[in-house]
Design a protein around this ligand. Structure first.
Ligand code: GYE
Length: 341
């Protein structure tokens, strides 16, 4: 009896051992397989907050074009579906996958410390792109490549200052503003809103008559504009300050639906940020008065930065991309057609 029991447990142990060995072999095979596929390629994980605007699609395309297999890269792209939690999860996945670099375009500025610490512990350099982060220690990321949102906002404010000057007697014109903000807490929103807030402090005749966040989308901005038109008569509105092109398109849709004239020759001035093709066309038609450029073609900047790091060189901590601004006078159809976004 005792011997039968002993034999049975021996058989059981043997089969468990066989099973474990078999499983381990399978895991190794899968690992080897994926390692073989990526061998010699530099793996870059790219976490985007979402696909809320044409601008962001242009950024995604630009990064994908920069990091191709022909150039020796494998790009893993993740869309956070407009949620920070998803982006944090995506970065953790990159860390588990053991990518060589992480590019993060952060939806908002705060809340990244822990996951960036995890990347640092795993020795994976993180490059922040497009929007900035606010962290306790700047050593948590390697470099930032993106826009100077304060400078962008300042361009819009300077335009308004030139447009709404005191008359010969020194009387100040009325400047009633509808302020459509971007995603709250994103550095694009913070920089552009702060510039306007400073303008409001410096000009007693400037006043915000309606405000809300359009989340950088056309649909939400349209709703905000519709609500604004219920609160204030359109004749009381002088400026619509839209924190991206998508929002300008939404505001224009609401005005058009309500049959309210806007743009050149009317009392309503629309200001926008990004300079995507559709907004530039409206600017050329006089519907949008100023488009401040925000440059999504950041792929090459990121590529050059990672190439430097690959060569063992230090990367500059802060790189701002080149950006301009446009009014009707700066635009032609050929120019707009030739643009990449
Ligand atoms: O202006 C907007 C986008 O972060 C600069 O995000 C970017 C902004 C851009 O969705 O269109």
């Amino acid at each position: 009896m005792y011997n039968v029991k002993k034999l049975l447990s021996l058989i059981l142990m043997l089969s468990i051992t066989i099973l474990i060995v078999a499983c381990n072999n399978t895991t190794e095979m899968i690992d080897d397989q994926s390692y073989d596929d990526d061998n010699n390629l530099i793996v870059v994980g790219f976490s985007q907050p979402g696909a809320e605007s044409a601008w962001r699609v242009a950024l995604t395309d630009s990064v994908k074009e920069a990091f191709t297999e022909e150039k020796g890269y494998k790009l893993i792209y993740k869309d956070g579906q407009s949620k920070q939690d998803n982006q944090i999860r995506d970065i953790r996945t990159f860390i588990q996958q053991g990518v060589d670099y992480i590019i993060l375009s952060p939806i908002v500025e705060t809340g990244w410390d822990t996951v960036l610490e995890e990347a640092k512990e795993a020795d994976i350099p993180v490059i922040i792109c497009d929007r900035d982060v606010m962290v306790s220690n700047e050593a948590l990321y390697t470099a930032f490549v993106g826009s100077n949102f304060a400078a962008e906002g300042k361009k819009a404010i300077t335009y308004m200052e030139n447009k709404y000057k005191p008359d010969a007697e020194g009387n100040l014109p009325r400047v009633n503003i509808v302020h459509i903000q971007g995603t709250m807490g994103s550095s694009a929103q913070i920089g552009r809103s702060k510039a306007l807030e400073k303008g409001l402090e410096e000009h007693e005749n400037w006043k915000v008559v309606a405000e809300g966040s359009g989340d950088f989308t056309k649909a939400k901005a349209k709703e905000i504009m519709k609500n604004a038109l219920q609160q204030v008569h359109s004749s009381e509105i002088d400026v619509i300050y839209c924190e991206n092109d998508e929002e300008a398109l939404g505001a224009i849709a609401a005005l058009d639906e309500a049959g309210i004239p806007h743009g050149d020759g009317t009392g309503i001035t629309i200001i926008s940020f990004d300079a995507t093709t559709s907004a530039l066309k409206l600017c050329m038609e006089g519907k949008i008065s100023l488009v401040v450029e925000c440059n999504p073609l950041q792929g090459n900047y990121l590529y050059n930065m990672i190439s430097l790091l690959e060569e063992g060189e230090a990367a500059p901590k802060l790189t701002y991309v080149d950006e301009g601004q446009f009014t009707k006078d700066d635009l032609t159809e050929e120019f707009i057609d030739e643009r990449k976004y």
